[in-house]
Design a binder for this molecule. Structure first.
Ligand SMILES: Nc1ncnc2c1ncn2[C@@H]1O[C@H](COP(=O)(O)OP(=O)(O)O)[C@@H](O)[C@H]1O
Ligand SMILES: [Mg+2]
Length: 230
C-alpha cells in the first residue's frame, strides 16, 4: 500500500462568484521512503496540495488516503492525532517558539507527540537529532541567536524527532540564500537516506530541482509532469 494515495482531488476555495479552483483533479501516489519535490510557480497550488496531504484541510472533491485511511472520513480528534504523531511539518518561516532554545523547541515537539519514553531516552533522542543536523554545539541558543539556515535545521530536527512516517515542507528554502538552501537540502536528503523518512517538499526555485528524486511539476492546479530520477 502506498503511504499517500490521492484520487481526482479537487480543491475549491470560496463560494458563489468568487470561487477559486486551486486543484483540479490531482492523482498522486507516494511510497514510503520517497524524496519528492513539488515544483511550480506562485499560485500553482503547492501549498493547497501540501495542506491536503498533511490533513490540515479537506478536499472539496476526490479522496486523500494516508496509510490507507481516508482523511475525509476521519474525526477531528483522529486528524489531530495523525498530525501530531505521523506527520512532521517544516515551514518557510521556521515557526520556532522564540522563547525556547533549539533543544526545547525540539523537545516540545516530542512531548506533544506523546510517543513516550522515559525522560532519559527523550533527552538522548533530542540531543541525537540535533547533532545529526549539525547543531550539537548550539542546542542552548534561542532562535534569535541562530542564522536562517540554523533555524531551519532546528525545524528539520523538530519534524524528525517524533519519527513521523512523512515530513511535509512547504518552500523550506524560500527565505534562505542558495548556499544555505543547499545545506538544508543536503541534510533533508541525508535524513531521508539514513532514516527512510518520506519527504515531500515544495519549491519555486529551479536550483532546488536538482535535489529532487521525484519531480512533480504543478501548473494551474494540475500535475503536469511526474519524473523519477536516480
Ligand atoms: N484561503 C484561500 N482562499 C481563496 N483562495 C485561495 C486560498 N488559498 C489559496 N488560494 C488560491 O488558490 C490558488 C493556489 O494557491 P496556493 O496553493 O497557495 O499556491 P502556491 O502555494 O503554489 O503559491 C491561488 O490562486 C490562490 O490565490
Ligand atoms: Mg505556497
Amino acid at each position: 500500500m502506498a503511504l499517500l494515495e490521492m484520487e481526482r482531488v479537487e480543491k475549491i476555495y470560496g463560494q458563489g462568484e468568487v470561487q477559486v479552483l486551486a486543484l483540479r483533479g490531482v492523482d498522486l501516489e507516494i511510497e514510503e521512503g520517497e524524496f519528492a519535490t513539488v515544483f511550480g510557480p506562485s499560485g500553482s497550488g503547492k501549498t493547497t496540495l501540501l495542506n491536503l496531504i498533511g490533513a490540515l484541510d479537506k478536499p472539496t472533491g476526490g479522496t486523500v488516503k494516508l496509510n490507507g485511511c481516508e482523511i475525509g472520513q476521519m474525526s477531528k480528534n483522529e486528524l489531530a492525532g495523525l498530525r501530531r504523531k505521523d506527520i512532521g511539518f517544516i515551514f518557510q518561516s521556521y515557526n520556532l517558539i522564540p522563547v525556547l532554545s533549539a533543544y526545547e523547541n525540539v523537545e516540545f515537539a516530542l512531548t506533544i507527540a506523546r510517543k513516550d519514553r522515559s525522560r532519559e531516552k527523550k533527552t538522548q533522542k533530542v540531543k541525537d537529532i540535533l547533532r545529526r543536523v549539525g547543531l550539537g554545539d548550539m542546542m542552548h541558543r534561542r532562535p534569535n541567536q541562530l542564522s536562517g539556515g540554523q533555524k531551519q535545521r532546528v525545524a528539520v530536527a523538530r519534524a524528525l524527532v517524533k519519527e513521523p512516517r512523512l515530513i511535509l515542507a512547504d518552500e523550506p528554502t524560500a527565505n534562505l540564500d542558495s548556499e544555505t538552501s543547499r545545506e538544508v537540502l543536503e541534510i533533508m536528503l541525508r535524513m531521508n537516506r539514513e532514516l527512510n523518512t518520506t519527504f515531500i517538499f515544495s519549491t519555486h526555485d529551479p536550483m532546488v530541482m536538482e535535489y529532487a528524486r521525484r519531480l512533480l511539476e504543478i501548473r494551474d492546479g494540475m500535475i503536469s509532469r511526474d519524473e523519477r530520477r536516480s
